[in-house]
Design a protein around this ligand. Structure first.
Ligand SMILES: NC(=O)C1=CN([C@@H]2O[C@H](COP(=O)(O)OP(=O)(O)OC[C@H]3O[C@@H](n4cnc5c(N)ncnc54)[C@H](OP(=O)(O)O)[C@@H]3O)[C@@H](O)[C@H]2O)C=CC1
Ligand SMILES: CC(C)(CO)C(=O)C(=O)O
Length: 327
């Protein structure tokens, strides 16, 4: 079984580089300046302050990745890029590949399942950055991340066990969790704050100002109301994050101002960000099930606008968003 890691940013770069370093047959699908830098110089990985350069095979799309039946493709692009990526994969892949969604949100698995029978959700607990081509960083020890997975929509199987073993042998921790989507819905509640820290900034300790903290709370409250309406019972937040905190120590980031994945999209001027699949997931489910979600709808709109206009992270006003949401 070969691993094809599709999307070579913070999460895909770390997973692909670490699997290759551990001796797994691995191909990274990358694009643009990132692909050029990895091909020219290798992938620079900094994990908890230690830097190394890993040579890893690359491809510019699924058609040139040499995919074979039995391979595992790990989706590691942001969710807004999944529809196009999965279509390109469907056009190129032989039958019998496994597709793992190493992504936040809960929509990627559905998008993959439309084309592939064997789909796995992966809950990614791995604070990581990718701010320049060819370079990725992670900040935790002894594992560079925790990547539990399970078959979608639920269950475990031998393929999941083999993937978990390989990811664990690469320096992370990965366990098979038959209830993987419960974990991913629980994580989604935390990721509603991605838009908040990206739009309004945080101090050197990651603390939000009072208006931004209120938006974060309101967004999470709406998220909980929506999950109750669809019959999803998230894990208690303290239990979920305490389990993770007990497994890893977080080293300070070299640049203390660096934040989460949506912040990084704005910082890189990526033009698009993941809000439609984080706050936008709550807005969508709220509309389907009659639950008001004005705060998440505003955060979704704001994230789109900031990304589209190339605005700097931290440049929006939380008071204005509270007012627009009527909160
Ligand atoms: N970073 C973090 O700390 C964490 C991230 N996550 C989640 O993990 C997922 C990945 O996030 P992250 O690694 O931060 O994202 P990044 O933006 O760092 O990396 C995604 C990479 O995928 C590339 N990509 C997108 N579409 C394609 C395509 N069709 N072909 C080739 N490459 C493609 C992007 O290229 P380009 O730049 O050209 O668009 C980019 O290099 C997200 O769902 C995120 O929410 C979860 C936990 C922590
Ligand atoms: C939990 C957090 C914020 C870690 O960086 C994350 O999931 C992300 O950046 O998307």
């Amino acid at each position: 079984m070969a691993f094809v890691v599709y999307g070579a940013g913070a999460i895909g770069g770390l997973l692909g580089g670490s699997l290759a370093r551990a001796g797994e047959d691995t191909v990274l699908i990358a694009r643009g300046a990132n692909l050029a830098a990895i091909r020219e110089n290798g992938l620079r990985m900094e994990i908890a302050g230690r830097t190394e350069t890993v040579r890893v095979r690359t491809a510019e799309d699924p058609a040139s990745a040499g995919l074979r039946a039995g391979d595992t493709v790990i989706l590691a692009m942001k969710s807004q890029d999944t529809p196009a990526a999965v279509e390109a994969l469907a056009d190129a892949a032989p039958p019998g590949i496994a597709v793992v969604c190493a992504q936040n949100g809960v929509e990627n698995e559905r998008l993959a399942l439309r084309h592939f029978a064997e789909v796995y959700g992966m809950c990614v607990l791995c604070p990581a950055t990718h701010l320049e081509p060819g370079a990725v960083s992670a900040f935790t020890e002894p594992y560079y991340g925790v990547f539990d997975l399970g078959r979608y929509p639920h269950g475990g199987d031998g393929t999941a066990e083999r993937i978990a073993e390989a990811v664990t042998a690469s320096g992370a921790l990965s366990r098979v969790r038959p209830d993987i989507m419960r974990l991913k819905y629980t994580k989604l509640l935390g990721n509603l704050a991605n838009a908040v820290e990206a739009a309004f900034g945080a101090d050197a300790h990651g603390e939000l100002d009072a208006d931004a903290a209120r938006l974060r709370r309101l967004a999470e409250d709406e998220g909980r109301a929506v999950l109750a309406a669809i019959g999803v019972d998230p894990l208690p937040a303290e239990e979920f994050w305490a389990d993770y905190a007990a497994l890893t120590r977080t080293e300070p980031r070299p640049d203390a101002a660096t934040r989460g994945s949506t912040w990084q999209s704005l910082r890189r001027g990526a033009g698009r960000a993941e809000g439609d699949y984080l706050n936008g997931e709550i807005a969508l489910l709220g509309r389907l099930h009659g639950v008001p979600t004005p705060v998440n709808a505003e955060l979704q709109r704001l994230t789109r606008r900031l990304a589209r206009t190339g605005a700097a992270p931290g440049s929006a006003s939380a008071a204005e968003v509270l007012a627009r949401a009527g909160a």
